[in-house]
Design a protein around this ligand. Structure first.
Ligand SMILES: [Zn+2]
Ligand SMILES: [Zn+2]
Length: 305
Protein backbone atom coordinates (compact mmCIF):
# COMPACT_ATOMS: atom_id res chain seq x y z
CA UNK A 1 0.00 0.00 0.00
CA UNK A 2 2.92 2.30 0.74
CA UNK A 3 3.99 1.95 -2.91
CA UNK A 4 0.66 3.45 -3.97
CA UNK A 5 1.11 6.51 -1.77
CA UNK A 6 4.82 7.29 -1.94
CA UNK A 7 6.75 6.92 -5.18
CA UNK A 8 10.10 7.15 -3.42
CA UNK A 9 9.38 3.90 -1.62
CA UNK A 10 9.63 1.68 -4.66
CA UNK A 11 12.53 -0.71 -4.78
CA UNK A 12 12.58 -1.53 -8.43
CA UNK A 13 16.19 -2.01 -9.38
CA UNK A 14 17.45 -2.00 -12.93
CA UNK A 15 18.79 -5.47 -12.20
CA UNK A 16 15.25 -6.81 -11.97
CA UNK A 17 14.84 -9.51 -14.63
CA UNK A 18 11.24 -8.87 -15.68
CA UNK A 19 11.21 -5.12 -16.27
CA UNK A 20 8.79 -5.39 -19.18
CA UNK A 21 6.10 -7.25 -17.30
CA UNK A 22 3.06 -5.55 -15.84
CA UNK A 23 3.68 -4.73 -12.18
CA UNK A 24 0.37 -6.14 -10.94
CA UNK A 25 0.75 -5.17 -7.30
CA UNK A 26 1.26 -1.53 -8.14
CA UNK A 27 -1.43 -1.23 -10.81
CA UNK A 28 -4.33 -2.27 -8.57
CA UNK A 29 -5.48 1.39 -8.16
CA UNK A 30 -5.48 1.71 -11.98
CA UNK A 31 -7.68 -1.38 -12.30
CA UNK A 32 -9.93 -0.13 -9.48
CA UNK A 33 -10.35 3.19 -11.30
CA UNK A 34 -12.02 1.23 -14.12
CA UNK A 35 -14.12 -0.96 -11.83
CA UNK A 36 -15.38 1.88 -9.63
CA UNK A 37 -16.90 3.50 -12.76
CA UNK A 38 -19.32 0.58 -12.89
CA UNK A 39 -20.97 1.99 -9.75
CA UNK A 40 -22.43 4.54 -12.18
CA UNK A 41 -24.93 1.79 -13.03
CA UNK A 42 -26.13 1.89 -9.42
CA UNK A 43 -25.99 5.65 -8.79
CA UNK A 44 -27.64 6.42 -12.13
CA UNK A 45 -27.04 9.65 -13.97
CA UNK A 46 -28.49 13.16 -14.21
CA UNK A 47 -27.89 16.23 -16.37
CA UNK A 48 -26.06 17.84 -13.43
CA UNK A 49 -23.72 14.83 -13.11
CA UNK A 50 -22.93 14.89 -16.84
CA UNK A 51 -22.20 18.63 -16.80
CA UNK A 52 -19.83 18.24 -13.81
CA UNK A 53 -18.18 15.25 -15.53
CA UNK A 54 -17.52 17.28 -18.70
CA UNK A 55 -16.29 20.39 -16.86
CA UNK A 56 -14.00 18.25 -14.69
CA UNK A 57 -12.67 16.61 -17.89
CA UNK A 58 -12.11 19.91 -19.73
CA UNK A 59 -10.27 21.65 -16.87
CA UNK A 60 -7.92 18.73 -16.37
CA UNK A 61 -7.43 18.04 -20.08
CA UNK A 62 -6.35 21.65 -20.43
CA UNK A 63 -3.92 21.16 -17.52
CA UNK A 64 -2.44 18.09 -19.23
CA UNK A 65 -2.05 19.63 -22.68
CA UNK A 66 -1.08 23.17 -21.71
CA UNK A 67 1.01 22.49 -18.61
CA UNK A 68 2.23 18.87 -18.46
CA UNK A 69 2.82 18.74 -22.19
CA UNK A 70 3.49 22.19 -23.62
CA UNK A 71 5.12 23.67 -20.51
CA UNK A 72 6.87 20.93 -18.52
CA UNK A 73 7.77 18.69 -21.47
CA UNK A 74 8.56 21.29 -24.12
CA UNK A 75 9.05 24.63 -22.32
CA UNK A 76 6.96 26.41 -24.93
CA UNK A 77 6.35 29.39 -22.63
CA UNK A 78 7.60 30.84 -19.36
CA UNK A 79 5.88 31.58 -16.08
CA UNK A 80 6.50 32.41 -12.39
CA UNK A 81 7.59 29.75 -9.93
CA UNK A 82 4.29 29.98 -8.04
CA UNK A 83 2.11 29.58 -11.15
CA UNK A 84 4.45 26.80 -12.27
CA UNK A 85 3.58 24.92 -9.07
CA UNK A 86 -0.14 25.63 -9.43
CA UNK A 87 -0.05 24.41 -13.06
CA UNK A 88 1.75 21.25 -11.92
CA UNK A 89 -0.71 20.69 -9.08
CA UNK A 90 -3.71 21.06 -11.37
CA UNK A 91 -2.10 18.68 -13.88
CA UNK A 92 -1.56 16.11 -11.14
CA UNK A 93 -5.30 16.04 -10.37
CA UNK A 94 -5.66 14.31 -13.77
CA UNK A 95 -4.21 11.20 -12.04
CA UNK A 96 -1.54 10.57 -14.68
CA UNK A 97 1.41 10.56 -12.24
CA UNK A 98 3.51 13.60 -11.36
CA UNK A 99 4.71 16.38 -13.71
CA UNK A 100 8.37 15.31 -13.68
CA UNK A 101 7.59 11.66 -14.42
CA UNK A 102 5.15 12.62 -17.21
CA UNK A 103 7.39 15.22 -18.87
CA UNK A 104 10.58 13.14 -18.63
CA UNK A 105 8.96 10.13 -20.29
CA UNK A 106 7.46 12.38 -22.94
CA UNK A 107 10.84 13.96 -23.74
CA UNK A 108 12.23 10.46 -24.11
CA UNK A 109 9.45 9.73 -26.63
CA UNK A 110 10.42 12.74 -28.76
CA UNK A 111 14.08 11.76 -28.77
CA UNK A 112 13.37 8.15 -29.78
CA UNK A 113 9.99 8.43 -31.58
CA UNK A 114 8.95 5.09 -33.07
CA UNK A 115 12.35 3.48 -32.68
CA UNK A 116 13.19 0.50 -30.46
CA UNK A 117 14.02 2.86 -27.60
CA UNK A 118 10.60 4.56 -27.70
CA UNK A 119 8.64 3.39 -24.63
CA UNK A 120 5.28 3.67 -26.35
CA UNK A 121 5.48 3.24 -30.08
CA UNK A 122 2.50 1.42 -31.64
CA UNK A 123 5.12 -0.49 -33.64
CA UNK A 124 5.53 -2.57 -30.48
CA UNK A 125 1.77 -3.17 -30.37
CA UNK A 126 -1.29 -0.95 -29.94
CA UNK A 127 -1.94 -1.82 -26.28
CA UNK A 128 1.69 -1.32 -25.39
CA UNK A 129 1.57 2.21 -26.81
CA UNK A 130 -1.81 2.89 -25.21
CA UNK A 131 -1.20 1.84 -21.61
CA UNK A 132 0.88 -1.30 -21.02
CA UNK A 133 4.08 0.74 -21.30
CA UNK A 134 3.49 2.63 -18.05
CA UNK A 135 2.15 -0.38 -16.18
CA UNK A 136 5.48 -2.21 -16.37
CA UNK A 137 8.40 -1.92 -13.98
CA UNK A 138 10.79 -0.39 -16.49
CA UNK A 139 8.82 2.83 -16.87
CA UNK A 140 7.68 3.27 -13.28
CA UNK A 141 10.59 5.47 -12.12
CA UNK A 142 10.96 9.09 -13.24
CA UNK A 143 13.66 9.48 -15.91
CA UNK A 144 15.58 12.05 -13.90
CA UNK A 145 18.30 12.57 -16.50
CA UNK A 146 15.68 13.95 -18.91
CA UNK A 147 14.13 16.45 -16.51
CA UNK A 148 17.11 18.00 -14.69
CA UNK A 149 15.82 21.52 -15.39
CA UNK A 150 12.53 21.17 -13.48
CA UNK A 151 13.87 18.64 -10.96
CA UNK A 152 15.80 21.46 -9.30
CA UNK A 153 12.51 22.71 -7.79
CA UNK A 154 11.89 20.88 -4.54
CA UNK A 155 8.14 21.55 -4.61
CA UNK A 156 7.92 19.76 -7.97
CA UNK A 157 9.96 16.82 -6.66
CA UNK A 158 7.56 16.63 -3.70
CA UNK A 159 4.56 16.64 -6.02
CA UNK A 160 6.14 13.95 -8.16
CA UNK A 161 6.75 11.80 -5.10
CA UNK A 162 3.28 12.21 -3.59
CA UNK A 163 1.34 12.43 -6.84
CA UNK A 164 -1.67 10.76 -5.22
CA UNK A 165 -2.44 13.78 -2.99
CA UNK A 166 -3.89 16.16 -5.64
CA UNK A 167 -6.28 13.48 -7.05
CA UNK A 168 -7.52 12.69 -3.51
CA UNK A 169 -8.09 16.40 -2.81
CA UNK A 170 -9.82 16.85 -6.15
CA UNK A 171 -12.12 13.85 -5.62
CA UNK A 172 -12.93 15.13 -2.11
CA UNK A 173 -13.82 18.51 -3.54
CA UNK A 174 -16.15 16.88 -6.08
CA UNK A 175 -17.77 14.86 -3.27
CA UNK A 176 -18.34 18.01 -1.19
CA UNK A 177 -19.88 19.65 -4.27
CA UNK A 178 -22.14 16.58 -4.48
CA UNK A 179 -23.24 17.00 -0.83
CA UNK A 180 -23.99 20.68 -1.55
CA UNK A 181 -26.07 19.84 -4.64
CA UNK A 182 -27.89 17.00 -2.84
CA UNK A 183 -28.83 19.26 0.09
CA UNK A 184 -29.56 22.56 -1.61
CA UNK A 185 -30.69 21.54 -5.12
CA UNK A 186 -32.66 18.33 -4.61
CA UNK A 187 -34.60 19.07 -7.80
CA UNK A 188 -31.37 18.25 -9.73
CA UNK A 189 -31.94 14.60 -8.80
CA UNK A 190 -28.23 14.03 -8.16
CA UNK A 191 -26.84 12.27 -5.10
CA UNK A 192 -23.39 12.91 -3.62
CA UNK A 193 -22.23 9.46 -4.79
CA UNK A 194 -23.51 10.04 -8.30
CA UNK A 195 -21.57 13.32 -8.51
CA UNK A 196 -18.41 11.61 -7.20
CA UNK A 197 -18.63 8.73 -9.68
CA UNK A 198 -19.28 10.96 -12.69
CA UNK A 199 -17.33 14.05 -11.64
CA UNK A 200 -14.18 12.24 -10.64
CA UNK A 201 -14.05 8.56 -11.64
CA UNK A 202 -15.74 8.48 -15.05
CA UNK A 203 -14.26 11.86 -15.96
CA UNK A 204 -10.75 10.67 -14.99
CA UNK A 205 -11.17 7.46 -16.98
CA UNK A 206 -12.19 9.37 -20.11
CA UNK A 207 -9.32 11.78 -19.59
CA UNK A 208 -6.87 8.90 -19.25
CA UNK A 209 -7.85 6.97 -22.35
CA UNK A 210 -8.12 10.06 -24.54
CA UNK A 211 -4.64 11.16 -23.40
CA UNK A 212 -3.23 7.67 -24.07
CA UNK A 213 -4.75 7.82 -27.55
CA UNK A 214 -2.20 10.46 -28.53
CA UNK A 215 0.50 7.81 -28.11
CA UNK A 216 -1.49 4.98 -29.67
CA UNK A 217 -4.04 6.37 -32.16
CA UNK A 218 -2.15 9.54 -33.22
CA UNK A 219 0.90 7.44 -34.11
CA UNK A 220 -1.22 5.21 -36.32
CA UNK A 221 -4.27 6.89 -37.87
CA UNK A 222 -4.48 10.30 -39.48
CA UNK A 223 -2.64 12.38 -42.06
CA UNK A 224 1.01 13.36 -42.32
CA UNK A 225 1.77 16.92 -43.30
CA UNK A 226 5.49 16.74 -42.55
CA UNK A 227 8.10 14.07 -42.94
CA UNK A 228 9.11 13.78 -39.30
CA UNK A 229 10.89 10.40 -39.47
CA UNK A 230 8.30 8.88 -37.18
CA UNK A 231 4.69 7.69 -37.37
CA UNK A 232 3.03 10.79 -35.90
CA UNK A 233 -0.27 11.83 -37.53
CA UNK A 234 -2.68 14.75 -37.53
CA UNK A 235 -6.03 13.49 -36.31
CA UNK A 236 -8.96 15.92 -36.30
CA UNK A 237 -11.18 13.81 -34.05
CA UNK A 238 -8.47 13.57 -31.39
CA UNK A 239 -7.74 17.30 -31.71
CA UNK A 240 -11.33 18.02 -30.65
CA UNK A 241 -11.23 15.59 -27.72
CA UNK A 242 -7.81 16.74 -26.50
CA UNK A 243 -8.29 20.49 -27.03
CA UNK A 244 -5.64 20.62 -29.74
CA UNK A 245 -3.23 17.74 -29.12
CA UNK A 246 -4.48 15.77 -32.11
CA UNK A 247 -2.28 17.80 -34.47
CA UNK A 248 0.44 15.42 -33.48
CA UNK A 249 2.37 15.38 -36.74
CA UNK A 250 2.56 19.20 -36.58
CA UNK A 251 3.73 18.80 -33.00
CA UNK A 252 6.51 16.36 -33.83
CA UNK A 253 7.69 18.81 -36.48
CA UNK A 254 7.60 21.82 -34.12
CA UNK A 255 7.77 20.32 -30.61
CA UNK A 256 8.54 23.54 -28.78
CA UNK A 257 5.67 25.50 -30.35
CA UNK A 258 2.84 26.32 -27.93
CA UNK A 259 0.50 26.18 -30.93
CA UNK A 260 -0.11 22.72 -32.35
CA UNK A 261 -2.76 23.62 -34.90
CA UNK A 262 -1.10 25.52 -37.72
CA UNK A 263 -3.99 26.91 -39.76
CA UNK A 264 -7.06 28.69 -38.40
CA UNK A 265 -9.25 25.65 -39.04
CA UNK A 266 -7.00 23.44 -36.93
CA UNK A 267 -8.87 23.73 -33.63
CA UNK A 268 -6.42 24.20 -30.75
CA UNK A 269 -8.35 25.42 -27.72
CA UNK A 270 -5.34 25.00 -25.40
CA UNK A 271 -3.42 27.50 -27.48
CA UNK A 272 -6.27 30.02 -27.48
CA UNK A 273 -6.48 29.75 -23.68
CA UNK A 274 -2.70 30.15 -23.40
CA UNK A 275 -3.02 33.37 -25.44
CA UNK A 276 -5.61 34.54 -22.92
CA UNK A 277 -3.27 33.68 -20.04
CA UNK A 278 -0.51 35.60 -21.82
CA UNK A 279 -2.80 38.63 -22.11
CA UNK A 280 -3.46 38.34 -18.36
CA UNK A 281 0.29 38.36 -17.69
CA UNK A 282 0.35 34.84 -16.22
CA UNK A 283 2.72 33.49 -18.87
CA UNK A 284 5.12 35.02 -21.39
CA UNK A 285 7.65 34.18 -24.14
CA UNK A 286 5.10 31.94 -25.82
CA UNK A 287 6.89 30.11 -28.65
CA UNK A 288 5.33 29.50 -32.05
CA UNK A 289 6.26 27.54 -35.17
CA UNK A 290 8.06 29.25 -38.02
CA UNK A 291 5.51 29.79 -40.81
CA UNK A 292 8.23 30.03 -43.49
CA UNK A 293 9.40 26.57 -42.45
CA UNK A 294 5.81 25.27 -42.56
CA UNK A 295 5.47 26.38 -46.20
CA UNK A 296 8.89 25.06 -47.13
CA UNK A 297 8.76 21.66 -45.53
CA UNK A 298 5.14 20.73 -45.97
CA UNK A 299 4.71 17.51 -47.91
CA UNK A 300 1.43 16.47 -49.55
CA UNK A 301 -1.38 15.65 -47.18
CA UNK A 302 -1.63 11.95 -47.80
CA UNK A 303 -3.97 10.11 -45.55
CA UNK A 304 -2.26 7.05 -44.22
CA UNK A 305 -2.99 4.36 -41.75
ZN1 LIG B 1 4.29 11.38 -30.40
ZN1 LIG C 1 5.34 16.45 -27.16
Amino acid sequence: MKNWLDNAENHIGSQSSNLDQVDWGRVIPFILLHLVCLFGLITGVSTTAIIICIVSYLIRMFAITAFYHRYFSHKSFKTHRLTQFLFAFLGTTATQRGPLWWAAHHRHHHIHSDTEADSHSPKAGFWNSHMLWFLNKRNFPTKWQRIKDFAQYKELRWLDRFDIIPPILFATMIFILGIFIENYFPEAGASRWQILIWGYFISTLMLAHVTYSINSVAHRWGSKRFDTHDESRNNFFLAILTLGEGWHNNHHKFPSSARQGIYWWEFDLSYYLLCLMKAMGLIWDVKKHDLAKVNQEQVTENSAS
